[in-house]
Ligand binder design. Structure first.
Ligand code: UDP
Ligand code: MG
Length: 326
């Protein structure tokens, strides 16, 4: 049986934590009793530099029950970094890790589905919400528009999947190879690859406390997602430059015709010609420079180039298979 860690980033969640802890412990107990996971499984809270009693609560849970553990970050680093810290710590102890938010908006019963897929050999299982009825109209609209935008930017992303997912230690080890600082996990995890699947669930409303994602954070998260995964915006400038350049040529011809017909004021033609020609050229030049900056940007990330899923040679001789492990 595999050891499961449930990793939960928490920022000022004192109102929500007792409810979450109770629900999760019940879930974990059931799963252990059903022998779906090892009795060494745990719930790991990551305190993301909370200013309220979150960490005190986590410590108290840990003292009162073996199934709870916690990590405290030195200061607030944001949801994605807290989650990453949790994953990187959990992989030291766990075989599989499920990440979820502290607010129980993600149905914890989907974990059964995750484990079934894991038993089928998946290294990553994505939780996908089937509807967004509990979100406000505004959040739904912005979120869905955002997924479409990301797609248009060429980013591979699982539609309606937040950070509720199961990852095996192997997948987390692969994730650890991504050295980039601006982490947008939702976009990076699919790059890891391996056998993966999705499990759909209904998303509930937050039960207590407020959303820790005010509009400002949401916007910067959105910009982060696009700029850290795509250089398409730069390419758009190049495209615009080329377009304007062609328009300029047409305009030049038009100006000359008007000029020859003598229907212009002195100096009009030359001024307009230089405005259009230079404008187009400048945009084009910025675009070309941008292309190179984009290349530098991608190189600077030093992303891993591949992960080997199966090496027959190794499987036969040295590696262990899952059946041997049990
Ligand atoms: N969170 C965090 N650090 C932050 C902001 C949020 O660890 O700086 C955690 C928060 O405690 C919660 C999760 O990230 O467990 C998602 O936040 P929230 O539910 O408020 O976001 P929403 O569901 O409204 O998008
Ligand atoms: Mg939430």
């Amino acid at each position: 049986m595999e050891i499961l860690y449930i990793v939960i980033p928490c920022y000022n969640e004192e109102e929500m934590l007792p409810i979450t802890a109770k629900a999760l412990i019940r879930k974990l107990d059931t799963l252990i009793a059903e022998e779906k996971i090892s009795p060494l499984s745990k719930v790991m809270f990551v305190d993301d530099g909370s200013k309220d009693k979150t960490w005190e609560l986590i410590e108290r849970f840990h003292r009162s029950c073996d199934l709870f553990t916690g990590v405290k970050l030195s200061r607030n680093k944001g949801h994605q970094n807290a989650l990453l810290a949790g994953l990187m710590t959990a992989r030291k102890y766990a075989d599989i890790v499920v990440s979820m938010d502290a607010d129980l908006q993600d149905d914890i019963n989907a974990i059964d589905g995750f484990l079934e897929k894991r038993a089928e050999g998946c290294e990553i299982v994505y939780g996908v919400r089937s509807s967004r009825e509990t979100d406000t109209g505004f959040k739904r609209f912005t979120a869905e528009g955002y997924y479409k935008l990301l797609e248009a930017m060429g980013v591979e992303i699982t539609y309606n999947h937040a950070d509720y997912r199961l990852m095996s230690r192997r997948a987390i080890d692969a994730l650890a190879e991504f050295k980039e600082v601006n982490l947008f996990l939702r976009g990076i995890v699919p790059m890891v690859g391996f056998k993966s699947d999705i499990v759909t669930y209904e998303r509930a409303a937050r039960q207590a406390g407020e959303s820790k994602y005010p509009l400002k954070k949401m916007l910067s998260f959105a910009v982060e997602g696009i700029t850290s995964l795509s250089v398409k915006p730069i390419r758009m400038i190049t495209g615009l430059g080329i377009l304007i350049f062609f328009v300029a040529i047409i305009m030049l011809i038009y100006f000359l015709i008007i000029h020859c017909m003598g229907r212009t004021v002195q100096g009009w033609t030359s001024i307009l010609m230089s405005v259009w020609a230079l404008g187009g050229l400048q945009l084009l030049a910025i675009g070309v420079i941008g292309e190179y900056i984009g290349k530098i940007y991608l190189e600077a990330k030093e992303r891993p180039k591949f992960f080997i899923d199966i090496d027959l040679e190794e499987d036969n001789n040295y590696g262990y298979s899952d059946s041997e492990k049990e």
